[in-house]
Structures are given as C-alpha cells and as structure tokens.
Write a protein that binds this ligand. Structure first.
Ligand SMILES: *Cc1c(COP(=O)(O)O)cnc(C)c1O
Length: 403
C-alpha cells in the first residue's frame, strides 16, 4: 500500500491550500538542470562502479582534459575545493612562510584565508567600484615587500589583467589569480586564471559550473607547476602522469595534502559541462532582462554593466542599493531569495584582527559590502520569474505594492 503524505511527512496539496498561491523564487536551484543531465550523470556513475576503484578512477582525468579544452589551459589539476586549489597553487608557486600576498579587500573570505593556510600573509588593497576587482590604481605602498599579487574576478567582470600584469612585472611579483568564479570569463581572449602563473576554479554547487558538493581545480600553462600541484593534492606523491593515475609511486617528495577531487563530483561536472555554454547564454539573457527591468529605478545606486558581448559570463547578478537589508527582507517576505555577496570586507573579519585594520581603511570595499545584494540568477530561472523579481524590487523602491 502506498503511504499517505501524512505518514511520509511529504508536503501534501491539502496542507498547502491555505498558502499564498505565488510560488517562491529561491536564490538558487538546479533541479531542472539535473533532470536534463541525469542520463549522462548516471552513465558516469555506472562507470565508477564498473571500475570499482572509487578513487583514482577515470572520471577525474577525463574532466581535467575536458576543462583544459574548455579553458585553453595546458594543464588542469582537479582538487577537492576552490580553497584547496588556491592553497596548493600558492605553495606550488614557491610561497615561503611569511610571504606577503596582495589580495583585494572585497571577496569571498577564502581568498585571504587560503594565503594564511599556505603559510603567507595577506596584504589588502582596495577595489575598483565598477569591476569589484583589485584596483591597480589603489595599491600604492601595499606592494612594497610583497612577493605575490592575487587578483580576484568577481560576479561578471575580470580584474584589469593588463595593468596587473604590468604591475607584477614592474614590482617583481608572482601573479596568480583567484579565478574561482571565473569559468568561461576571458579577457583579450585569455581565460581567467591563465594571465599569470596559474589560477583556480571552484565547483561549489552555486558556482556557474557547480558540482553536487565541493570540488575545484588548478589551471596553469606551466608543466612543472602542474606536476607540483598534482603531487601536493595527493600526499606529495610523485611519479604519475597528470590526467590519469596508473600505478601510484611510493615516492613522497613533498609534505602534501589529501586534496584529490572526488570521482563522483567529476562525473557530475562532466555531465554538466555538456550544458555549460547553454547555461551561460541563458544567464546572460536573464542579466539583460534584469537590466531592462531595473534600469532607472530610484534608490538603486548601481546595476552591473551588461555589455551584450557574445561571451559575456554572469556568475552573479549583483545590484547596489542603500536600503539593502530592508530590500532583502521585503523580497524574502514575498518568497524571493537573495544573498549578500559579501557583507563584510576581508580586513574586518575577526580572523584578521591581528593585521590591525579598522573601518575606513578600504572605503570602496566597505561601501560595496554595505550595499551589494545578489538577485536570483541560474540556469533553471525563467524570464517570467526575473520579471516578477524586477516588479517586486521596483515596487519596494517606489513605495508601490506589487501586483
Ligand atoms: C567560491 C570561491 C572560493 C572558494 O571556493 P570553494 O570551492 O568554495 O572552496 C574562493 N574564492 C572565490 C572568489 C570564490 O567565489
């Protein structure tokens, strides 16, 4: 006999009949995408079972090759998160204990914690209000005594890599990129992460290419660096080719990590790569729709520039408004999810108190942290849903109740 919904605890139509009829628009959902790629994903999982190894099976090597194709990187090394990708990249680039690494004051906290985890010390620089990325014009003295510079590409724009490459050359800094959000982003035809010695990708579920859990990768054109990262992800062991894992050597050359990418996640990502371009185009179309729907709304102090370029990548659609928290609450009450990216600039996190910063040190980063709000943007979202979000955001700012 089929159990009733009361027995299983599943939501039933009767229970929900008193609820508001408008369905909610979550900040993020990928149920439809997973439905679409399910056969491919299932085939990948079957292959893992057929191989019977459950680690070092074929999925990771295949994904690395596919990502090398997608990004143009000579080497891609799959690891277990974007954060570990940053730690391993910095270590493999020869970061020594105490080395100073220039990072922007506004980013996800892993940009700066990864520096500390690798043994270095983050040195913050303020951002460009248009790109949210490290502003070469605002670095000033912070570059003195630094050994690395690590710009971050946030939301839908890359940092000015020509200017940062010139700065790195001028000041003798090693340039690496926190390109965790950057899949598909290119500047002057070069993919994010490949402008300096190397970069990373994060496949955290909410990212443009998201897994079903944590995963990440290091991108580089440098074969020696790639080999060190490949060793560091696997206890420091060497003697294997990069893409596959035939025969693991017993030689442990470095004190490494256990940061290997999970084969199940690689299978998920291989399946999702087949729809990535389609997803990216859909996200860009939704960003244009937001732009049309929100432009000119009083009280919104910033909308992202939508260029309409064929390769435009929107990971996050972020607006700025002076009444950010009230708007987020207003949308939440109407079933629309939002996120604050990033509510606290890096220099004001308690874990960095020891660096001695105070409010006012990086005014552009602090202003962005107080005003930025990300609206729903993902492959499953429809234009009608974007229209409803726009109407609700406009009604909030103009004081009119949405229909
Ligand atoms: C997501 C992200 C990371 C960390 O990636 P994880 O895979 O979550 O460890 C680092 N930097 C930036 C800018 C990110 O957006």
């Amino acid at each position: 006999m089929t159990p009733t919904s009361a027995e299983t605890g599943a939501p039933s139509a009767e229970k929900n009949c008193f609820r508001v009829t408008l369905s909610s628009i979550p900040f993020f959902s990928q149920a439809k995408t997973f439905e679409k790629i399910w056969p491919d994903l299932r085939a990948g999982v079957d292959e893992i079972f057929a191989d019977g190894k459950f680690s070092h099976s074929r999925q990771v090597g295949r994904l690395e090759e596919a990502l090398a194709d997608y990004t143009g990187a000579r080497h891609v090394i799959g690891v277990n998160s974007g954060t570990d990708a940053l730690v391993l990249l910095l270590k493999a680039c020869g970061l020594r204990p105490g080395d100073r690494v220039l990072v922007p004051a506004y980013s996800f906290v892993a940009t700066a914690t990864s520096v500390v985890l690798a043994g270095g010390q983050p040195v913050f620089a303020d951002i460009d209000p248009d790109t949210y990325a490290m502003d070469p014009g605002r670095i000033g003295d912070a570059a003195d005594g630094a050994r690395f510079v690590m710009p971050v590409h946030l939301f839908c724009r890359m940092a000015d890599m020509a200017a940062l490459t010139a700065l790195a050359a001028d000041r003798g800094l090693t340039l690496v990129e926190d390109s965790a959000e950057g899949i598909g982003m290119r500047q002057h035809g070069v993919h994010a992460g490949l402008h300096g010695r190397g970069g990373v990708l994060s496949f955290f579920p909410s990212k443009t290419l998201g897994a079903l859990g944590d995963a990440g990768a290091v991108l580089t054109d440098d074969p020696d660096l790639a080999e060190r990262v490949a060793a560091l992800r696997h206890h420091g062991r060497t003697g294997r080719t990069l893409a596959h894992f035939p025969g693991i050597s017993n030689e442990t050359r470095y004190v490494g990590h256990n940061s290997k990418m999970d084969d199940l996640q690689a299978a998920v990502l291989l399946a999702k790569l087949t729809v990535l371009d389609e997803d990216v185009r859909h996200r860009a179309a939704l960003a244009r729709r937001y732009d049309e729907g929100l432009r000119g709304t009083p009280g919104i102090t910033r909308l992202p520039a939508v260029t309409g370029a064929p390769d435009e990548v929107f990971y996050v659609y972020l607006i700025e408004t002076e009444r950010r928290d009230a708007l987020a609450a207003h949308l939440q009450e109407r079933g629309i999810g939002t996120e604050t990216y990033y509510p606290r600039p890096l220099h004001l996190h308690p874990c960095f108190t020891g660096l001695g910063h105070r409010p006012g040190d990086f005014p552009v980063a602090e202003a962005a942290a107080g005003r930025a709000l990300a609206l729903p943007l993902y492959a499953d979202l429809t234009e009608a849903e974007v229209d409803r979000v726009c109407a609700t955001v406009r009604a909030f700012h103009t004081g009119r109740v949405p229909a």
